[in-house]
Ligand binder design. Structure first.
Ligand SMILES: Cc1cc2nc3c(=O)[nH]c(=O)nc-3n(C[C@H](O)[C@H](O)[C@H](O)COP(=O)(O)OP(=O)(O)OC[C@H]3O[C@@H](n4cnc5c(N)ncnc54)[C@H](O)[C@@H]3O)c2cc1C
Length: 437
């Protein structure tokens, strides 16, 4: 008899895994705390200027059907059906919901939608916070990125917005309020765009370690530059020098595109010391070149900077105080100069995912009981090459898998749709085999 898989998290990863499993005859329970199945955090925004940061031609949710998303756009939103363009993320959320519903209709009874908060992973069930137990032969964690945790809990006067993706999170910000933003990446960009569209006239000061902001996409698809052996082997410093040389010669976007299909393999084959050096020295640079802005969005951000309404600073965060009518933040500029505290009416934490996987209420107990262990750099759970969780004794758990952003420690390149899509295929194969065994 085929056993059921419990999937914890009903965003893109969980919903599209459930769909693929159903197409292979495997039943699943898809557990999602919000009751909204498919869009997850990334594709829930209903704001039209929150665009995909990947061209539509790369955003098919189905491995082996590369034009699936563009065909869907042509059928439902012809105006946005440019394969080389960047569609609103809300449309992508609808696309994922449509695909899930279509698979459910074609394979009735194989996907059970469960609205609830998964609180514990037991031997043969997932326990929900309300006490319900969801029986399952295998469990896949597709819980997405943990919330940021730099600013800490918002106490005091409530002027620290620590989850910028929470519904209506920015609604309290007044039209003339100045804001301090922790982080200068894609989330910072999203928040500033949203404020601007509401008629906000204040100033935003964004602070990150290096003060880097995401680079922009080229006008059209960039042909991948084939990586040279010197780019993919040897000490990191030599690879970086080769990367710079190639970028100078062929263009940096093409170099990044050429590396894309190799990145997960390069990460998997690197030892811990190399991975740690990459994280310490290269990661900020990697991120801003890898996760790029659509050109129209980059123009808006440049215009805000030119008008003095957005300032991006490089430095370390110091003491943060809520001052009654705002916030004040000590910071240490990267150049060592003395600069005044940063002040604003609000602080928005856009510093990226939290970094203590052991503190996660689902994961922590697995580690304590030896059913799982963290990867050497504590980016997430240690996994084997097929995404199975490694127990404390190093043996893989045949029934427990991780997919999507929480698998970053094992695969690194596992947060964007093209990468998740191909991992879904591997996982569906493993789970289909296990469930019929
Ligand atoms: C703002 C933003 C924009 C992005 N834009 C793009 C893009 O344009 N292109 C691209 O390729 N990638 C993009 N990404 C990357 C994104 O990570 C992936 O594309 C994908 O959406 C990840 O989906 P997920 O299901 O793994 O995670 P999520 O979307 O975070 O979904 C996880 C789900 O799990 C649920 N959950 C968590 N814990 C529990 C629990 N204990 N019990 C029940 N439910 C739980 C959450 O409610 C959530 O719905 C973007 C990411 C973000 C944050």
């Amino acid at each position: 008899m085929r056993t059921r898989t419990a999937i914890i998290g009903g965003g893109f990863s969980g919903a599209m895994l459930a769909a693929r499993l159903a197409e292979r005859g495997v039943a699943s329970a898809l557990i999602e705390r919000t009751g909204e199945f498919g869009p997850g955090v990334a594709y829930s925004s209903q704001f039209d200027r929150h665009l995909l940061n990947v061209r539509s031609s790369r955003m098919s949710a189905v491995e082996g059907r590369p034009d699936d998303f563009v065909r869907w756009l042509k059928a439902h939103h012809r105006r946005h059906a440019d394969a080389d363009g960047f569609a609103p993320r809300r449309l992508y959320g609808s696309y994922v919901k449509d695909r899930l519903a279509a698979v459910e209709a074609a394979h009735p009874g194989l996907i059970e939608r469960v609205t609830g908060e998964a609180a514990a992973i037991e031997a043969s069930a997932v326990r929900l916070a309300d006490g319900r137990g969801i029986e399952a032969g295998a469990v896949v964690l597709t819980t997405g990125n943990p919330a940021p945790n730099v600013a800490g809990p918002s106490g005091g006067t409530g002027r620290i917005i620590d989850d910028p993706w929470a519904p209506a999170a920015l609604d309290r910000i007044g039209a003339d309020d100045d804001v301090v933003i922790l982080g200068s990446g894609l989330t910072m960009v999203d928040m500033v765009l949203w404020l601007q569209a509401q008629g906000w006239r204040g100033k935003a000061t964004a602070l990150s370690r290096r003060g880097l902001k995401p680079r922009e996409h080229g006008v059209g698809h960039d042909a991948p530059v084939p990586p040279t052996p010197a780019l993919t082997a040897g000490p990191l410093s030599a690879r970086l020098a080769e990367g710079r040389r190639l970028a100078e010669q062929e263009g940096w976007r093409g170099v990044m595109e050429g590396l894309r299909p190799l990145t997960a393999g390069l990460w998997t084959s690197a030892d811990s010391a190399t991975r740690a050096r990459f994280l310490r020295h290269l990661r900020p640079w990697w991120d801003v070149h890898r996760h790029r802005l659509p050109p129209a969005i980059a123009l808006t951000i440049e215009a805000l900077e030119a008008a003095g309404r957005l300032e991006i600073l490089a430095g370390r965060i110091g003491r943060l105080d809520e001052t009654g009518d705002g916030v004040a933040l000590d910071w240490r500029p990267r150049d060592g100069a003395r600069r005044p505290r940063l002040a604003g009416r609000w602080l928005i934490d856009c510093s990226g995912p939290g970094h203590d996987p052991a503190a996660d209420p689902l994961i922590g107990p697995l580690i304590v009981s030896g059913r799982a262990r963290l990867d050497a750099l504590r980016l997430g759970l240690a996994l084997d090459p097929s995404g199975r969780v490694l127990r404390a004794d190093g043996a893989p758990d045949e029934r427990l898998f991780v997919l999507g952003p929480p698998a970053r420690g094992a695969f690194w390149e596992t947060t964007a749709v093209p990468d998740i899509r191909s991992r879904i295929e591997d996982l569906a194969t493993a789970l289909a085999g296990a469930s019929s065994g």
